[in-house]
Design a protein around this ligand. Structure first.
Ligand code: NDP
Length: 323
């Protein structure tokens, strides 16, 4: 048998196995996003298993929501395996560990904000085992994960998506199939870079206005009823930055990672994208000022404030930043 025939028969086997309805689902990675996302699965399948590197979170999840805390090998017995880890690197490590234990026909749904090339590799590896991998990163922050209203952008096999949809639906407000393997990761990276661009530009604009004696919250009131509005102006700045609360729900290093993925895509396509590239560099520079995982993404503003000497708060006597 040739390699091709091998792959084809594995794919056929997988296609047959995914023709029924899934009855079991596992969630790997109960972080800021995964913990609430997994809670919505409970009650929709015969078996909802959760696994986390530090097992205490899985046990807490089981206690709080009625999921079933399991070891890694047990988690791989599910029809649908969902992962939500920091980067594609950790997902690749788990797939390597999982290879010997996966069941033919299972669908791995990766909700990590990952790298398109890693999706191609994972999809090829799983196809050889008679399984599927689809990239399905999410947008909507932890509030969307708690509400079960996330936007899910999917790349990969449409039959595998159809099979996994009952599980994804549990935490989604929108599921969009955007193309072949890696497409979901690509859309997610560009989306977050656009968010970073809006946030950075708004920080610049509000700094200029503050230097002219305008309170940021007054400026935002106008901007949010005008054409300069964005998610950053409506949510991020009022809820995190102007009030100096900086709640840590999505870390700055993860934002810098997402912008970096978009810039790699831009380079691969040999396209100019000077605004995205500049803001990706600013986010990387801001992230490098603090230990990984220690700051919310909104704390990029400290980096900008140190440049402008204008603090984005409503205290008009206060300048010089970093509070
Ligand atoms: P967190 O840092 O809160 O959680 C990361 C999870 O991954 C934890 O469960 C952690 O386990 C686990 N983990 C880390 N390293 C490993 C490893 N080597 N092996 C196994 N498990 C590991 O991240 P988030 O939940 O914030 O983010 C997850 C993904 O979702 C990222 O790709 C992020 O970009 C994306 N995202 C995040 C959003 C947000 O608002 N936070 C919004 C949209 C997307 P342990 O508990 O043991 O540390």
């Amino acid at each position: 048998m040739t390699d091709n025939q091998n792959t084809n028969s594995a794919a056929n086997l997988a296609a047959n196995a995914t023709s029924g309805k899934p009855t079991s689902v596992s969630f790997l990675g109960l972080g800021a996003m995964g913990y609430p996302m997994a809670s919505h699965l409970v009650g929709h399948f015969d078996s909802v298993m959760v696994w986390n590197r530090s097992a205490d979170k899985a046990h807490a999840h089981a206690k709080e929501f009625g999921s079933h805390a399991v070891d890694f090998e047990q988690a791989l017995s599910a029809n649908i395996i969902i992962s939500c880890l920091p980067t594609s690197q950790q997902v690749a490590e788990l797939i390597e560990r999982a290879k010997l234990h996966l069941r033919v026909g299972s669908v791995w749904v990766d909700c990590t904000s990952g790298v398109p090339d890693a999706a191609h590799k994972a999809a090829a590896t799983l196809e050889e085992l008679g399984c599927y991998f689809i990239d399905a990163p999410v947008s909507g922050q932890t509030t969307g994960a708690i509400a079960g209203s996330l936007t899910v952008m999917v790349g990969g096999d449409t039959d595998a998506l159809a099979y996994a949809k009952p599980a994804i639906n549990c935490f989604a407000g929108l599921i969009e199939h955007v193309g072949s393997s890696g497409g979901g990761f690509a859309v997610k990276a560009v989306n977050n870079t656009l968010f970073a661009v809006n946030s950075w530009a708004l920080g610049e604009g509000l700094g200029v206005l503050k230097a002219h004696g305008v309170k940021p919250s007054s400026a935002l009131e106008c901007i949010n009823h005008s054409s300069g509005q964005s998610f950053a102006s409506k949510v991020t700045f009022p809820d995190r930055i102007v009030n100096r609360s900086f709640p840590k729900t999505f870390t700055l290093d993860l934002m810098a990672k997402d912008c970096g993925i978009a810039i790699d895509l831009q380079q691969q396509a040999k396209l100019p994208a000077p605004v995205m590239a500049a803001v990706a560099s600013f986010m990387r520079a801001a992230s490098n000022q603090v230990p990984a995982g220690s700051a919310d993404f909104s704390e990029f503003i400290h980096f900008l404030e140190n440049w402008t000497n204008q603090m984005i708060s409503d205290d008009l006597d206060e300048n010089n930043a970093s509070k």
